[in-house]
Write a protein that binds this ligand. Sequence first.
Ligand code: AMP
Length: 710
Amino acid sequence: MEKNRETLPSVNASAAGLSDAAVRVAALRKEIEHHTYQYYALDDPQISDAAFDSLMGELRELEAAHPELVDPTSPTQRVGGYVGEAFAPVRHASRMYSLDNAMDFGELEAWMARIEEALGFVPPLCCELKIDGSSIALTYEGGVLLRAATRGDGTTGEDVTANMRTVKDVPLHLREGALAAVRDPEGALELRGEVYMPKSSFEALNRQAEANGKPLFANPRNAAAGSLRQKNAEVTSERDLATFVYATADDAALDVAGQWELLQWLRSAGFHTNPDVALCERPEEAFAFCERSLERREQLPYEIDGVVVKVNSFAAQRELGFTARAPRWAIAFKFPPEEKTTILRDITVQVGRTGALTPVAELEPVVVAGSTVARATLHNVDEVHRKDVRVGDTVVVRKAGDVIPEVLGPVLSLRPEDALPWEMPKACPSCGSPVVHEDGEVAYRCISIDCPAQSLERLLHWTSRSALDIEGMGNEIVGRLVETGRLVDVADYYDLTEPELAALATNRVNGEGEFLPLGHVIAAKLVAAIDGSRTKGLDRVIFGLGIRHVGKNVAEVLARAFGSIDALMAATAEEMEAVDGVGPKIAQSLEAFFATPDNVEVLGRLRAAGVAMESAEPAGEALPQTLAGLTFVLTGSLVESGMTRDEAAGRLKALGAKVSGSVSKKTSYVVAGQDAGSKLDKALGLGVPVLDEAQLLALLDAEGDVAVLG
Ligand code: AMP
């Protein structure tokens, strides 16, 4: 119920000089802002959601009828438009640092000892939950939200203002009373926090993605980061993001003396601040906060990956200062990766496109690090035996890097008495052909040409993003086309017609239990995507063919070296091995592929269908070895280019560079992608220059123009 609020002026109550509508609009905005503040910042709603929606509805109607009253800071202006192709770069007012980690209590204690050494005592510490989202910087000018930016490389982020405006707990302007503590109320004020996706919203989003056959997000953090970087802010507005704000870019900009006080001020200014904070006078209290938070982790409605312990006083923070990477006055006490136990219901066998058989753990579904895990690869028979996991076991699961589900091992004391060691089946689960195990290979294989599981995987490989990138041609549609006998090999894609695709039955059923057809809209998109794949380039064709040992990188190298599929087919093993990055195994595999008449026939049909089999670049020209003599180390993930580290390494090597796995004084450059780890620390420690992904790309695109390194 609403408490102590003045009644709203009605449309008829006019104020001097202002139209009735203007008065009502102003009153509605104020009222809505008040309730937004109660709801998000104070977590104390005073009116029902329906009443709130009704106020918003009225404001929207009035603004629509009086376009002259529309104001960018109105609460109705949260639904954004199209952002455009690229997010503009934004330089942060001061560097957005990362945090040093304490992996256990010993390391936390060591950090406190360093503080004590520097200051002579351990001052009060402010402990906060470490929210597992994406960092965000919000700049206000004259109290009005001007800009929102991602952390980026710490110095320069991306402008995501349109997207952040749609996040409902971000104030579009600061509450008036709070401006008194801002030293320059008219100037710019940059505040920082974390944007995250609540666990329940993440689950709903993934359920919806699954129903629509779209790829799933690995965890709430990725979902938040992905939602934030949408080109269409309307998509962001539907994603239910939220924020916790906890920092300022410049503590001198505010009349507050420390972190605790800052949090109170942020709350009074209208920000959503996390209620789980503790101002700890003594170190033991900080340890207790960490322990308590770890215990409560699962009950929280959002993901956390640790506790951030900060020296509370800004004066003491200034005295302690920063290292190259992180503040000395704060540390992230990291929680261990979440582990759960569940039942191993079965071990099934998946048939890959090269016929390799992979055992897969079928688990009783369990939520780990934010998402439900029901399957995990067990890689190969040796791994199953090494881990000694058996059907019926209670097993421990976690997500490697918070993304890939992994079975760690069994809880032996809970093993059922009749549980038997697992063996690879003797026959392929898809086609029943005998399974073979070649000497010296870990993998068991089905070598039948007619194995339907293999052909499905091969057909899907052709359409995958790194190959011919035929968007929409996924498991369901390809599976159905294989079932109906319409798709046998990759050349068959090119005579699919729109009417036959439109009529294809899907897995969706109508009220009468009939399977619904795919329909013309999707069919037309598929035909356009197939058409577009004709000119994707020779390297993608070579990769898409799914020849054993020929990955993306090798395919690129081959395309560049031979220039056409004909030249590659005509090459001897010796000529192939003369290409950098191609060894005897790859050459043998290529020869065997081209010696198979069926494969040559498919290539002929692809050519007849207009699929480009020549490389646009002149053949045979080796790249200039401009990076010869330089040693690179890659760390973190390369998010902008979507390259794997191996691919990046391949391209560096093609320019003559060496790529090493560890950092030493001899390392020329460390390339740090997102979430770069200890290698980056080591590089900074040794004074090895660090490149970000943009610099790496510039370097590769310039094909070794070393000037960009300067
Ligand atoms: P890391 O990325 O692991 O180096 O951790 C640093 C990041 O933790 C910061 O950039 C913030 O985005 C994030 N973070 C989450 N919660 C907090 C918090 N309460 N205080 C400071 N940083 C936080």
